[in-house]
Design a protein around this ligand. Structure first.
Ligand code: URP
Ligand code: ZN
Ligand code: ZN
Length: 478
């Protein structure tokens, strides 16, 4: 047999092309693309199916300690299982440094959390919360060289945020070492001031979470992040962009030739501030930061996705159960929004939602879908071309999609450990019916076929998009 596996008769899509081809897999990698490939030990008939690179979700939170009594609902097993059922084959969760903790110790802790659990491959972003001399001078450069080549920094949340001087110090290390910096851009003082005012007025229901984090707070921080990055001459990626004002800043920077990249997420296309409203506490299900905006902002986000402002579309899966003492109700059923854990689930629904509303409704080419959800995240985080594409030599990470299957999203259908989905009742057309990781079937037709722990940790290379503008020209490989 020439191949371990041949996926026959399907329509393959990459970020640049859509074409009919068989895919031959050997040793977990794509070994051939072509017509009428020789027989494989195993064969899959993909007639009437799309053969897409498995998704790369560049922004998920699994088993991340929270700093209060709440707990994330998904660990590295349930989180990766849910990802795989949604057509994703690589995830990048965060290894978050607690203030006072060594960054290396944080990484070791997250490796322990993951041990024996993932069903698909994973890499870690770092979260740098305490940029001490030791962290900046030794730990961070050493970790980048060990394959942790991207990290997130926060401009808000007391337990996580850096001041501008600290941001500059961290950006400077990223520039020297060639790492990608992800920025959570919201102005902490604006949010704190508004939160205090709202609380004094008794406006503490989940709806007011959105009021406390207005677009202007995101805009100001986005502009400041851009300015700090320009000063240091280092590319940055602004994560989970929610509104038109931040988009305007990003376009302004990109128009000036700055290497400013941006990510958005399903919640900014499919939810609005109204989803945080209503009577009672139900709106807590949609509390995340930045918060969902309105229909006009959703249109701006769509335009940014199709028009090139955004490079990546991630889930920002941050899973908390609604019922029970460890999730959204950790501080009680009527807790003020300040005490409700931020974050919503979405690792499994990310791709079906974008595929249906984007590709099937004609807003977005299939190639663009692949670029935003697989190829570009792999590029941004130093995993391309091993991940994020279907090409000879790449890992055979493949999702088979039935573009005609119509599914109504309900939480029963999903494989996370959260007791709700914010997308309950949305009908989608197009569904990932099988997911393969390095040529192995992870899930098919609703059944999980992979064993926990089969997912491999991926050390990341230095991402080419993280090169500063002033960098010397790359050495060509020929
Ligand atoms: O509300 C959110 N997005 N929670 C997750 C943490 C983050 O800032 O991405
Ligand atoms: Zn964030
Ligand atoms: Zn996040």
């Amino acid at each position: 047999m020439d191949f371990d596996l041949v996926i026959r008769n399907g329509t393959v899509a990459t970020a640049s092309d859509v074409f009919k081809a068989d895919v031959g897999v050997r040793g977990g990698k794509v070994a051939a693309l072509g017509e009428n490939l020789a027989a494989g030990r195993e064969e899959i008939d993909a007639a009437n199916l799309l053969v897409l690179p498995g998704g790369v979700d560049g922004h998920v939170h699994f088993d991340q300690p929270t700093g209060d009594e709440s707990e994330m609902a998904d660990d590295f097993l349930s989180g990766t299982r849910s990802a795989a059922f949604g057509g994703t084959t690589t995830v990048l969760p965060f290894a978050c440094q607690a203030k006072g903790q060594s960054l290396r110790a944080a990484v070791e802790d997250y490796h322990r959390r993951a041990e024996g659990k993932p069903v698909i491959d994973y890499a870690f972003h770092l979260i740098v919360t305490d940029p001490t001399e030791q962290v900046l001078g030794q730990e961070l450069p050493a970790l980048i060289r060990d394959g942790y080549t991207s990290f997130k920094i926060y401009m808000t949340y007391d337990a996580l945020k850096l001041n501008d001087r600290q941001i500059l110090e961290v950006l400077d290390i990223a520039r020297t070492e060639g790492a990608m910096v992800m920025m959570h851009a919201e102005n902490a003082d604006c949010i704190a001031w508004l939160t205090d005012k709202l609380e004094r007025a008794g406006q503490t229901a989940p709806f007011f979470h959105g009021v406390s984090r207005p677009r202007v707070a995101e805009r100001e921080a986005t502009h400041r992040a851009i300015s700090l990055a320009e000063l240091v001459d280092v590319p940055i990626l602004i994560v989970h962009v929610s509104g038109a004002d931040a988009v305007e800043q990003i376009r302004w920077a990109q128009g000036r030739g700055l290497r400013i990249y941006a990510e958005t997420c399903p919640q900014y296309l499919f939810l609005t501030a109204d989803d945080l409203g209503g009577d009672g506490f139900e709106g807590a299900k949609c509390i995340c930061s930045p918060p969902p905006r309105d229909a006009a902002n959703q249109r701006v986000i769509w335009d940014g996705l199709t028009g090139g402002t955004f490079q990546v579309f991630s889930s920002d899966h941050a899973p908390f159960r609604y019922d029970g003492p460890k999730g959204k109700k950790v501080a009680g059923e009527k807790a003020p929004f300040r005490c409700v854990p931020n974050g919503i689930p979405g690792v499994e629904t990310r791709l079906p939602l974008l595929f249906s509303e984007g590709v099937m409704k004609g807003r977005m080419e299939l190639t663009k879908f692949v670029e935003l959800t697989a190829t570009n995240p792999a590029r941004m985080y130093g995993l391309h071309p091993r991940k994020g594409t279907i090409a000879v030599g790449a890992d055979a990470d493949i999702a088979l999609w039935d573009p005609s299957r119509t599914v109504t999203i309900t939480n029963d259908l999903l494989h996370h450990n959260v007791d709700y989905t914010p997308y309950e009742g949305i009908e989608v057309t197009g569904w990932p019916v099988a997911t393969l990781s390095r040529g192995e079937m992870v899930c098919r037709d609703g059944a999980l076929l992979a064993s926990p722990g089969r997912g491999a940790f991926l050390p990341c290379g230095l991402p080419a998009p993280a090169r500063p503008k002033g960098a010397p020209a790359p050495v060509l490989p020929f």
